[in-house]
Design a protein around this ligand. Structure first.
Ligand code: 5GP
Length: 177
């Protein structure tokens, strides 16, 4: 399915996004102070958010990247999470912060939490998401840091795609679903 740029309705500007990223970073800074944190960017969607977020983090940070996919058709979750690349270093006794673009059903977050719990004894594992779409939640996952709570919209831009397109938009827009 294709959409035209004119069909994308405006939601958050570049300035609003940067302001929110700073607010979220301040909470993470207050929580960890000088403790080292392993920031795990869940590709592809959280690439922009993670890149901006880490610039405002003041503790020692190590960045890791994993790639998962869950979306079946353009705007509906397949209900299954595929680990495309989930190679991680030894996270035993480490602070782990998983950064997601959006938590929708929560299946991705649950998959990741189970994966981390099954493979490591971390010091702490937390979730940070730019957007939280609670209306479709199918798991008990509650993110520790949330940028925006949104309702039933399919959001696009700032890393989030529509059929592989529009990840490069510097703002966030949406299409009605
Ligand atoms: P969940 O596993 O929580 O259902 O979905 C997580 C993933 O689905 C997100 O990381 C994102 O890639 C994708 N996703 C969920 N909602 C949206 C949305 O509104 N827009 C886009 N572009 N992707 C979404």
């Amino acid at each position: 399915m294709e959409i035209k740029k004119e069909d994308i309705k405006f939601l958050y500007s570049e300035e609003e996004l940067q302001q929110k990223v700073k607010e979220v970073a301040a909470k993470i800074n207050a929580r960890y102070l000088d403790e080292e944190v392993y920031v795990i960017c869940v590709l592809k969607g959280s690439v922009m958010f993670t890149a901006d977020l880490v610039k405002y983090l003041t503790m020692p940070v190590k960045m890791e990247f994993i790639r998962l996919s869950s979306y079946g058709s353009s705007t509906t979750s397949s209900g299954k999470v595929n680990a495309v690349d989930i190679s991680l270093p030894d996270l035993n006794e480490k602070n782990v912060l998983i950064v997601e673009d959006i938590i929708d059903t929560g299946l991705t977050a649950k998959f990741l939490r189970d994966f981390i719990d099954n493979n490591f004894r971390t010091k702490k594992t937390e979730f940070c998401t730019l957007m939280d779409k609670k209306c479709f939640r199918k798991t008990e996952i509650e993110p520790d840091y949330v940028g925006f709570e949104i309702d039933n919209k399919f959001v696009i831009g700032y890393g989030l795609d529509f059929d592989g397109n529009y990840r490069n938009l510097p703002y966030i827009g949406y299409v009605e679903v």
